[in-house]
Structure formats: structure tokens, C-alpha cells
Design a protein around this ligand. Sequence first.
Ligand code: CA
Length: 363
Amino acid sequence: MKRREFVGGVAATAGLAACTKTGSNASDAPRTNQQRFEWSCVTSWPPKFPGLGMAVENLATRLDRASGGRLKIKVYGGGELVPPFEVFDAVSRGAVEMGHDASYYHKGKVDAAQFFTAIPFGMNYMELNAWIYYGGGHKLWRELYQPFNLVPFLCGNTGVQMGGWFNREIKSVADLKGLKMRIPGLGGEVLRRAGGTPVTLPGAEIFTSLQTGAIDATEWVGPYNDVSFGLHKAAKYYYYPGWQEPGPGLECIINREAWESLPDDLQSLVEITCQAITTDMAAEYSHGNANSLQQLVADPTVDVRPFPADVLQHLKSIARNLVEELAAKDPTFAKISKPYYEYLAKMEANTRISERAYLDTRL
Ligand code: CA
């Protein structure tokens, strides 16, 4: 045993010596300095909104503390500096250094970006993390944003969402016809093909639109956030599951010049902190959703119910056709959809015998 430790010790020392030698060139040394950075971060969320908005505030607070005040970030809610859906453009052109939003808001500008938030009937939280961090997803994402002068990081995940709030019952596929619903991204396009009318509204406008009847239905996030908006006071039927967003990731986007101006240690800190926020937000949502669901189930004016199986089946087949169609006409979309679905198929085989099998038998 002692001999093995000794041998290991020699190997470790030799490895260290090799590293030292390689690193002896001053130009290879990590770039660190005491320069201070003051950045602005624009977001798509109502200011300090629970979960989504507070996650960015937490990101800023943690970066400030962990960097000893060398990287200070001032966070702006949607509309405070730029409108909620102009975060991508503002960071891209360098008006601000950082942004926090959801990549599916860039539909129409860079359609393939939607894979990094959520795809209807696509990856859940665990699967998306695996793809981004280990399965090549992050590399594809960085390549996709390169022409826009942006460096993206996964920064948050709400976990599987709810199907949404409806002012009328959805008993069959026919009930989707004429349904005017706030639902962004590919989910919205699926609804359109099912006969509905999707609209994209920033979070702050959802409650009034639903209450006044300007829309018949809305999806937002899940019990935790939906109760914050009071959506349960504007509609009766609360459908699940959130087929349109099975585990959406949020993004932190950084202007390339700003990113490259950071020394290595601060770049590393940004990367680590974004990853910490992803874990933290998912935990916060699980906690908050469970608490708010209790409240909703106890509320006699609310009816929490599953979508009929045939409705989900119909939406799923539309979603698959839609993705294939988009891939056929847009090579950039195909470049990401192909590895995404290959990875999902591999993951599904694993998820089926692990998480799914376990959850089906727990209770
Ligand atoms: Ca949503």
C-alpha cells in the first residue's frame, strides 16, 4: 500500500513538473488583473420578478462578491432600458454588455436558437443540461451566435412548465380551433397549425390580456410564477403538462468584445456562476411550484386537469412535422435539429428506464 502511494506521489510530482515547465512561458500564464468592470445587463423579465428576474439579480450579486467587486453588473428589467424582446439586438450591437432572456424569443431572426430554450415534446431539464454541458450543445450554440457577436451561456431553467390557463375547456382537438393564446416559440406555431391563433406577449401584459378577453388562454411558466401574476383569477382551467416547454433553459448572452476584455479568472467566474444559477433556479422553481400548487388545488375557482391524450398526440405529431419542415428549408436549423434529436433519442432510452420508470413506481 505504501509503495503504491509512493509511486502515485512520483507520478503526481512528475505531472506537476511538466505543467510548470509548459506554463513557464509568460504569455501562457492566465490573464488576471485588478481592472474593474462595470456592465449593464438587460432582461426580458419584469423587474425583480420571482424566479426569472431574481435569478439575474442573484447572478449580479454573486459575481460582485466572488470577484471582490471587480465585476459589477447593473440589471435592468424588461422595458427599463430596452423593450423586453430587444435584449438580443441590444447586446449584439454592444449597446450593453450582457443580457438575460430566452433564446426562443429570437424566432424569426435565428430560428435554430429555439433548441437552446425548449422544443415542444423535446428535452427536459436534465436532458438539456446533459446536451449543453456534455453532448456538444454548447459548441453548436456558440457557433450559432458567432455572427451576432454574442457569447451564450445556459443560465437558469424553470423545469417542465404547465400547459397554461384556459377560459374554456379543451375536450378534443376541435376545441383548439379559433383559440387565441399567448404562447411563444415553436409551441405557438404548433398551435397555429392546430387551428389556433398564437400571440407573443411579454410577461407583464399577460394578466390584463387574459382578464379582458383579448386572449382566450395563456401559458406562462408554472404554479410559482403564474400565481405571482394572478392568472388563477383570470381563468378557470389550468392544464398540464407543458408540452410546449418541457424544461426550458434561459440564456445569459454577452457581447463578444466585452467577453474578450475580461481576464481569464473573471471569464471563468462568469461561466461557473451561470451554471450555479441554472441549478439554483431549477431548485427554486421545484420548491415554489410545489407550494403554489397546494394553493391552487385548494382553490374552488380553479380546475387543475390534464390535457386529453388525443389532444397531446395531435400536437406532438404537428410538432415533429413542423421541425422536419423547418430543417428541410433552413440548413442552419438542420445543423442543430439533427444532433438535438439524435441526442434526445439516446437520452430517451436512458430516461425511460431511470427517471420515468422510477417516478411511475414511486407512489
Ligand atoms: Ca412558458
